[in-house]
Design a binder for this molecule. Structure first.
Ligand SMILES: NC(=O)c1ccc[n+]([C@@H]2O[C@H](COP(=O)([O-])OP(=O)(O)OC[C@H]3O[C@@H](n4cnc5c(N)ncnc54)[C@H](O)[C@@H]3O)[C@@H](O)[C@H]2O)c1
Length: 269
């Protein structure tokens, strides 16, 4: 196993891509801390995870023979992130891997977007990544090793109408990651980004439903750009790319981006 003895924090790990990432890391031996808000936000058109969903995710990882911890944590808040990192260190004694995955979105044109709509999305993705790196990197620097993987999106490489806040934050994640990679390279820490295409998680289902679309028409709309169509892009596809960036197989890659999008961005203008 490639991650035996390692401890990973996965933000937004209660479900969707985050849970698949957590399970991929656990399969390779890592113990897992899931940090998830587990409550809804005012302006999102769908529900976020609940304490019950997080408890089920934690139990599932324990069922794989790993240690697992669930911490209720809003990555936008310094006090939550600081307390979460303290709890992880108290429980496991170290942090080797940080996955900045917590995310959300709504779809609103900028001309109609209230400040709170912008803040809930941009702060989760971008301020959340800053907060988690701010509190975790000192420990990684102290142990002279670590892996940080942040989840951006195809929306970090192109625009989506009605997704200005999401695309701004996802582009920002790629820029922030490059700066972090420069700052921590001397401390043997790799920092990389994974950009998923559309994955049919509760976030995408929720967005589709808010436009009155069911699974079938939602998928038709949101998978339209993907070139490879024989199989659907899954959370496990994202998990496997993240896993690779957390192993020594990718030890000389940093400040970089892996796009897992079935070819979508290959044809983008
Ligand atoms: N699903 C897709 O098509 C897709 C595509 C590209 C990128 N992504 C990215 O993948 C990541 C995971 O998204 P998903 O599709 O699995 O969505 P999801 O809604 O299924 O899961 C996101 C998780 O993050 C948690 N969360 C939301 N805001 C939070 C906050 N402020 N603090 C802590 N936890 C918070 C939610 O409770 C939920 O458990 C996000 O960063 C998203 O932008 C998803």
């Amino acid at each position: 196993m490639k991650l035996e003895g390692k401890v990973a924090i996965v933000t937004g790990g209660a479900r969707g891509n985050g849970l698949a990432i957590a399970r991929c890391l656990a399969e390779e031996g890592a113990d897992i801390a899931i940090a998830d808000i587990c409550e809804d936000m005012k302006t999102l058109p769908y529900k976020l995870s609940t304490p019950e969903i997080m408890a089920e995710a934690v139990e599932g990882i324990r069922g794989m023979g790993r240690q697992a911890l669930g911490v209720k944590c809003d990555v936008r808040k310094a006090s939550d992130v600081s307390a979460m990192v303290d709890q992880v260190l108290k429980t496991f004694g170290r942090i080797d891997i940080l996955i900045n995955n917590a995310g959300n979105t709504s779809m609103v044109a900028i001309a109609e977007m209230a400040e709170e709509v912008w803040d809930e999305v941009v702060d989760t993705h971008l301020k959340g990544m800053y907060q988690c790196c701010h509190f975790v990197l000192p420990h990684m620097i102290g142990q002279h090793s670590g892996k940080v993987v942040s989840i951006s999106s195809v929306g970090g490489q192109r625009g989506f109408g009605m997704g200005g806040h999401y695309c701004a934050a996802k582009h920002g994640i790629i820029g922030l990651n490059k700066s972090i990679a420069m700052e921590v390279a001397d401390h043997n820490i790799n920092a990389n980004v994974v950009c998923p295409g559309t994955v049919w998680t509760p976030m995408m289902k929720g967005i589709a439903e808010s436009f009155g679309m069911g699974d079938e028409d939602g998928k038709e709309q949101f998978f339209a750009g993907h070139l490879l169509k024989d199989r659907e892009l899954t959370p496990e596809d994202i998990g496997r790319a993240v896993l690779w960036l957390c192993t020594e197989d990718s030890q000389n890659i940093t400040g970089n981006v892996i796009t897992v999008d079935q070819g979508w961005t290959a044809q983008a203008p």
